[in-house]
Design a protein around this ligand. Structure first.
Ligand code: FAD
Length: 91
C-alpha cells in the first residue's frame, strides 16, 4: 500500500465529483476494490485520494426511460439479472 492516502466516502454523487474534479490526477474511484486494492497493495498506483462510490444512491439506480434504460455504475450484475425493468425490456 502507499504510505498514505485520504479515503473519502462522499454522501452524494455531486460531492464525489467535486472531490474528483479538484484532484483529477491524484484521485481514484473505488467501488468493490477488486482491481484497485491490488494496485494499491503492489504500488502500481499511488493516489492521494481514494473515493468510495459503491453506496451512492445515484449510481445504484436502474431507470426506465421511453427510449432507453439507464443502469448506474454501481449496480451489480446480480441486481441487473433480478430487476423487473430489465426482465420486461430484455427477455
Ligand atoms: C482474481 C480476479 C478474478 C476476476 N474475475 C473476473 C471474472 O470472472 N469476470 C469479470 O468480468 N471480471 C473479473 N475480474 C475483473 C474485476 O471483477 C473487474 O475488473 C471489476 O471492475 C471489479 O469491480 P470492482 O467494483 O471491485 O472494481 P474496483 O477495483 O473498485 O474498480 C475498478 C476500476 O473501475 C473504476 N471504477 C469503479 N467504480 C466506478 C464508477 N462508478 N465509475 C467509473 N469508474 C469506476 C476504478 O477507478 C478502477 O479503475 C477479476 C479480477 C480479479 C482480480
Amino acid at each position: 500500500m502507499p504510505d498514505s492516502f485520504d479515503y473519502i466516502r462522499p454522501a452524494s454523487l455531486s460531492q464525489a465529483l467535486k472531490h474528483l474534479s479538484s484532484d483529477i490526477n491524484d484521485a481514484i474511484v473505488v467501488s468493490g476494490g477488486t482491481d484497485v486494492l491490488i494496485q494499491l497493495r503492489y504500488k502500481s498506483i499511488s493516489p492521494g485520494k481514494v473515493i468510495y462510490v459503491k453506496d451512492l444512491e445515484e449510481l445504484n439506480k436502474i431507470e426506465e426511460n421511453p427510449d432507453f434504460v439507464r443502469i448506474g455504475g454501481a449496480v451489480t450484475f446480480s441486481r441487473i439479472m433480478r430487476n423487473e425493468i430489465i426482465k420486461r425490456n430484455f427477455r
